[in-house]
Design a protein around this ligand. Structure first.
Ligand SMILES: [Zn+2]
Length: 394
């Protein structure tokens, strides 16, 4: 029976005793439902049951996963890394559907069942990345669902033709519009933002913008984004990835910005990579701003790190937050599960009856222990089917 499974004696977060979880036709069944006699059974025996992880920010079109080890050779600045990637990607066969599919399948073995990936769109590569990722997504259908952001890595205004390509990408399967540092990269914040919001509004698309600009400049750009989000009625559909300004302005200004983001329904995504500022999980929860996390680059020309493990990513978020209490550590996993699901606009996500049955079983007693220990994934279920056991696809 495809899409149906009985998970026996799983430990659910916050519940006092292990219990059976029945999945029918790809969804978690109501408590009164009965299991058919021939249903597949997973004996959880006290393993912790979590909803499938959601990687809210990665770049699978850039990855070299399953390919050669390529020593990092870019200079130290963001613009150096952009230039290095443009100089070397063709020689290395990027974007590659093969590498992207290999990484996505690996992520599935680690319990990631949904991914939002930012795919480069620029005049040099055109829609080759969008097409490669679509091909990879088809190859891993049934393991992990992939959403593409059309991402102008190299700028919008400073690269004529990019805006038209972004529009083509939305017609070609990308569902969200990306952006990058309207000031830092494009040197023309109002023009970039007006162009992107106009495009998003015309296509009914959301926006997920990389915003590395710091301090007063980044804060001003956040105000500009909030103003346009409300103006176009895009509350809940706009996300700021990284949002470095939050970590580089005085406390009072950060509090003001968080209120602005909450008021405009703007989400924040962090990757907690390198030494970039990481938003406070507690503060964002208290101020009502949705926080998600994602891997960002995984073994690509931007850096050698990353492995697609969202428990490890949640650990980085918690560790960089300096939190130690179970309930605060759990907020980091929330960024890789429920928070990320809100950012992706997923309905029917979670462990409640009626939810899509994307599930992970891990040997841990609590969510905090799962984040801290990052144990192996014993079983991964996608749409009610067991797709991986002990780190291998079945
Ligand atoms: Zn990114």
């Amino acid at each position: 029976m495809a899409g149906s499974v009985l998970v026996r004696q799983a430990r659910l977060p916050g519940r006092p005793a292990a219990e059976d979880v029945l999945v029918l036709d790809g969804r978690i069944a109501e408590p009164e439902a009965t299991a058919p006699a021939d249903i597949a059974v997973v004996d959880a025996e006290g393993l912790l049951l979590l909803p499938g992880f959601v990687d809210a920010h990665c770049h699978v079109d850039k990855t070299l996963w399953s390919g050669p080890w390529v020593p990092h050779a870019a200079g130290p600045r963001l613009v150096d890394r952009i230039a290095n990637e443009r100089a070397r990607r063709t020689e290395l066969g990027l974007p590659s559907a093969t590498h992207a599919a290999a990484l996505l399948a690996h992520m599935a073995t680690l319990g990631t069942t949904r991914v939002r990936t930012h795919t480069d769109v620029d005049p040099a590569t055109g829609l080759a990345g969008i097409e490669a990722v679509a091909k990879a997504a088809a190859a891993v259908a049934g393991l992990v669902d992939v959403e593409q952001v059309a991402f102008p890595q190299d700028g919008v205004i400073r690269r004529p033709g990019t805006l038209e390509l972004l529009e083509e990408a939305l017609a070609a399967g990308a569902t969200t519009l990306g952006g990058i540092d309207p000031a830092g990269v494009d040197q023309d914040p109002v023009r970039q933002l007006d162009a992107l919001f106009d495009l998003a509004a015309r296509h009914g698309a959301g926006i997920d913008m990389h915003l590395h600009d710091t301090g007063t400049l980044g804060a001003w750009e956040m105000d500009l984004v909030a103003e346009r989000t409300v103006g176009h009625g895009l509350q809940g559909k706009v996300t700021l990835s990284h949002a470095d300004a939050l970590g580089t302005v005085p406390d009072s200004e950060r509090h003001r910005l968080l209120d602005v983001l909450a008021e405009a329904g703007i989400n924040v995504v962090t990757a907690a990579v390198y030494n970039v500022p990481v938003p406070s999980v507690v503060e964002l929860r208290d101020r009502g701003v949705t926080l998600a996390c994602g891997s960002d680059g995984i073994r690509d020309l931007w850096g050698p790190y990353g492995n697609g493990d969202m428990l490890e990513r949640a650990m980085h978020v918690a560790y960089r937050n300096g939190v130690r209490r179970d309930e605060d550590i759990a907020l980091a996993l929330d960024a890789a599960t429920y928070g990320a699901a809100r950012v992706l606009g997923l309905s029917s996500y979670g462990l409640e009856p009626g939810s899509v049955a994307d599930l992970v079983l891990v040997p841990a007693r609590t969510v905090a222990e799962a984040v801290v220990a990052r144990p192996p994934r014993a079983v991964v279920v996608k749409n009610g089917d067991v797709i991986a056991r002990d780190g291998r696809l079945v």
